[in-house]
Design a protein around this ligand. Sequence first.
Ligand SMILES: Cc1cc2nc3c(=O)[nH]c(=O)nc-3n(C[C@H](O)[C@H](O)[C@H](O)COP(=O)(O)O)c2cc1C
Length: 228
Amino acid sequence: MILADTPTFAYRPKEIRNGLSIPPRMTLRNIMQMMFRWNWCFSQLTAGGMPEFQTMKPYIPKGLSMKHLGLFMNKTFSGRLTEAKIAPIRDRWKGNIVIKGVVNPEDAEVAIKHGLDGMIVSNHGGRQLDRGESTIEPLKRLVPEFKGKIKIMMDSGIRNGADVTAALACGADFTWMGRTPMFGVAALGRYGGHHTFEMLKKQIQQNMEQIGCENVTDLPKHLVIPFD
Ligand SMILES: Cc1cc2nc3c(=O)[nH]c(=O)nc-3n(C[C@H](O)[C@H](O)[C@H](O)COP(=O)(O)O)c2cc1C
């Protein structure tokens, strides 16, 4: 997956206010919160250990401290994504390539021109550009022109089954989620992810029952555009 939605780290006041940093900082507030969460502390000490970036682990140079990891991550953000950067990746990688962060037809054209297999209409969960559109809007514009030419997927702000149903009804082939399963994990620990997906499945099924749709691929036939 090639990222087009994070050319640089955005200014995120909420994260600054919450003290989010790499490496994580131990503050009085953290310590106070931990004091009231014995179960979590115990599981960290016995099973979990220090929090780590599991998904990044294979790519991080060995022996890097958390502080240097922050600098390493900064370096991996190499600025603007251009066609010249996409072409050699396409040449060398024979598997599927998806570009994430497409919101306009010009970029969709580029994705098709370079033989990419899919695009994700994404605004990075609305955490990059304050004036970015809700992704359902570009999705509705891109589907009529590009459906069938490239797989069209969507993320950002999908919080329940109705959101998934709406995106599929607007023509998305697939939707992704960032924070929604994380909220489940935050609330219920190791069972949270499974619980979240069970809820989503039930909500999608109930939505489909309400509108009399038997197959997810038929959802676009049931799309009703509301008044603006
Ligand atoms: C904690 C966190 C870390 C993320 N890290 C990455 C990342 O490394 N690469 C990436 O493409 N997107 C990353 N994202 C963005 C997600 O891939 C996704 O676009 C976004 O979360 C979708 O919005 P949603 O959280 O409202 O579902 C991250 C999101 C969160 C919440």
